[in-house]
Design a protein around this ligand. Sequence first.
Ligand code: UDP
Ligand code: MG
Length: 320
Amino acid sequence: MKKPTLYIIIPCYNEEKVLPITSGMFLNKILQLVKEDKISDDSRVLFVNDGSKDRTWEIICDLAKKDKHFLGIAQSRNRGHQAAVLAGLMEAKDRCDITISIDCDGQDDINAMDKMVDEYLDGCEVVYGVRSKRDKDSFFKRFTAEGFYKLLAAMGVEVVFNHADYRLISSRVLQEFANYKEVNLYLRGMVPLVGFKSTSVYYERNERIAGESHYPLKKMLALAFDGITSLSVKPIRMVFFFGLLIMLLSFVGIIWAVVAAFMGKSVAGWASLACIVCFMGGVQALFLGVIGEYIGKIYLEVKGRPRYIISERTWEEDHE
Ligand code: UDP
Ligand code: MG
């Protein structure tokens, strides 16, 4: 069997401090896997510069000049981590057989790649890197991150618990993934939608080797919000059920107003007004929910996602 070509996809934003250290680690990993005969020597480390304002791009260009295993692309400006990873994956998908996306700060254990490649060689098309422990993360980060995974699951989004963006994806899956045209990216929630055989590999997450995090609370919240709103229409459905509830309560209110009027416990005109207010409140909330249902449908339609993906056929396809 032909040995697969691996592309390691690495988003970099203002990483001049850490790149000189970790680039060598990535290269060694490629060389080691080549030596072990697991991957071909055409394998590359592909850096994606995400509009860095420091010397990151110069460093990437130097690396590319020094060793053929290093490649770099640059986004025209800073577009965020998810867009950078996607750019790298799409750039690589026609040049390789497998991609592994990983952050450039050395937080994710590079040695887990061995297991990922083994799983691929055993027939898996997607291998998720999952953090086995989070004890190196601050309590706050751990608490918010783990709570968020649970919230996503409750919203009906299929996510792998404690998996970030360290994963192996085969080019075959990427060809299908390219048909997911949405612009609100939440890759870790989108990859499971594509399907194919997948598994997880566990690793310990370390501290950043150098430099500092580019994910302040604000960006984390934005990513979390994107995750929910781009993969789930449940919030809209909640409006519908809220409307239904208000509607039911309004009937109780109407009965109460009528009974109070008959018992002579109200001023003239109050009961009819109270009835109208309750009823209109309920009707409006319910109708908003109905409109929301359609907006939800429109939202899913405009994404233009593929309606089906075929993974196997009993006959061989010709490759001409
Ligand atoms: N990153 C990026 N664009 C951004 C922010 C971050 O490409 O706008 C990259 C960054 O260089 C790193 C990865 O995304 O390789 C993860 O970022 P970071 O380590 O700062 O996040 P944390 O691990 O603290 O969540
Ligand atoms: Mg990091």
